[in-house]
Design a protein around this ligand. Structure first.
Ligand SMILES: NC(=O)c1ccc[n+]([C@@H]2O[C@H](COP(=O)([O-])OP(=O)(O)OC[C@H]3O[C@@H](n4cnc5c(N)ncnc54)[C@H](O)[C@@H]3O)[C@@H](O)[C@H]2O)c1
Length: 259
C-alpha cells in the first residue's frame, strides 16, 4: 500500500534507538525524511550514516529535550534545512522510577520534564509549520497512566499528560486540518526495557512473568509493530482519525490479564 509519505519531513524525538529508531527506519522505507532529535549523538550519527549508505534521506540534531531552548533550536534547524515539517512524533522518555515514597518534589518535576514537557515544547515550536502543512502529531504514551505500575509517580503522571495533550491538540487544531493521535505502548522490548529487566533480581523469571500476562500470544509488542501503527497514523490512510488513543499492546490494557 502506498502511504503517500514520500519526501514528508517528520520529526522523531528519541529517534536514535528503541521505538524511535524503528519509527525512523520505517519512515525511510516509505521514502519519508525522518529528523531525529536525540541526546545520544553517537547512536544518532551511526544510524544516520547507515541510512545514508543505503541511499535513504535522514537528518539528526543533538538536543537535551528537557531544555525548552534546545527544543526550539532543534525545530529551527529542521525548518532552516527543509523549510517545512509534515509531522511530529513525540517519543523520547524514560521510566525513571520517581516514587511518592522515595522521590522528592524536585525529582517529580524533573520526571515531568523528561517525559512530558518536551512533548509540549517540540509541538509548540513546530505548530506554525504544522498549520501550513496540515501536519500530523503522534504522541507515544504508556499504559502506566491507566494501569499504574507502582513506584513511578512521575512517569505515570507524565503519561497521563501525554494522553490529555493528544486530545487537547486534536480539539484545538482540527480547524487547521492538523490531526493529533496517540499510541499506547505496554510491554515492548527495547534497550531501555532490557536495562530495566537486568536490574531485577531474576531477569529471566521476571520476563517470563510479564510475557505470561500479555493476552495476545503471551509475547511483547515489537518496536517495529509500534512503528507500523505510527506510520499509519502519520499517513493520509488514517484520515479522519484524530484525538484517538490506539492501544498497540496485544490486548494488555483492555483484556483480562489472567496469569
Ligand atoms: N519500551 C516499552 O515497553 C515502553 C512502554 C510504554 C511506553 N514506552 C515509551 O516509548 C518511548 C520510547 O521508549 P524506548 O523503550 O524506545 O526507550 P529507549 O531508552 O530505548 O530510547 C529512548 C530514546 O530517547 C532518547 N532520549 C531520552 N531522553 C532524552 C532527552 N532528554 N533528550 C533527548 N533524547 C532523549 C534516548 O537517547 C534514546 O535514544 C518512551 O517515551 C517510553 O515512555 C515504552
Amino acid at each position: 500500500m502506498d502511504l503517500g509519505l514520500q519526501n514528508k519531513v517528520i520529526v522523531v524525538t528519541g529517534g536514535a534507538r528503541g521505538i524511535g529508531e524503528s519509527i525512523v527506519r520505517k519512515l525511510t522505507d516509505e521514502n519519508a525524511v525522518p529528523c531525529i532529535i536525540d541526546i545520544n549523538q553517537e547512536l544518532a550519527d551511526k544510524l544516520v550514516k547507515e541510512l545514508h549508505q543505503n541511499g535513504k534521506d535522514c537528518f539528526a540534531i543533538m538536543a537535551d529535550l528537557t531544555k525548552s531552548a534546545q527544543c526550539e533550536n532543534a525545530i529551527n534547524m529542521i525548518l532552516k534545512k527543509f523549510d517545512h515539517i509534515d509531522g511530529v512524533v513525540n517519543n523520547a522518555g524514560l521510566n525513571d522510577g520517581v516514587s511518592l515514597e522515595n522521590g522528592s518534589y524536585e525529582k517529580f518535576i524533573q520526571s515531568l520534564k523528561v517525559n512530558a514537557a518536551h512533548y509540549f515544547s517540540i509541538t509548540h515550536f513546530a505548530l506554525n509549520a504544522l498549520k501550513t502543512s496540515k501536519g500530523n502529531i503522534v504522541n507515544i504514551c504508556s499504559k502506566v497512566a491507566q494501569t499504574g505500575q507502582g513506584g513511578t509517580s512521575g512517569y505515570a503522571a507524565a503519561n497521563g499528560m501525554r494522553m490529555q495533550l493528544t486530545t487537547q491538540w486534536a480539539e484545538e487544531f482540527s480547524v487547521y486540518g492538523i490531526r493529533s493521535n496517540g499510541i499506547v505502548v505496554a510491554e515492548c522490548y527495547t534497550p531501555q526495557y532490557e536495562w530495566w529487566i537486568n536490574q531485577q533480581s531474576d531477569p529471566q523469571k521476571k520476563l517470563d512473568e510479564i510475557n505470561a500476562k500479555i493476552p495476545l500470544e503471551r509475547r511483547m509488542t515489537e518496536p517495529g509493530e509500534i512503528a507500523d501503527a505510527v506510520i499509519f497514523l502519520l499517513s493520509e490512510k488514517s484520515y479522519p482519525l484524530t484525538g484517538e488513543l490506539m492501544y498497540v499492546d496485544g490486548g494488555y490494557v483492555h483484556l483480562d490479564r489472567k496469569a
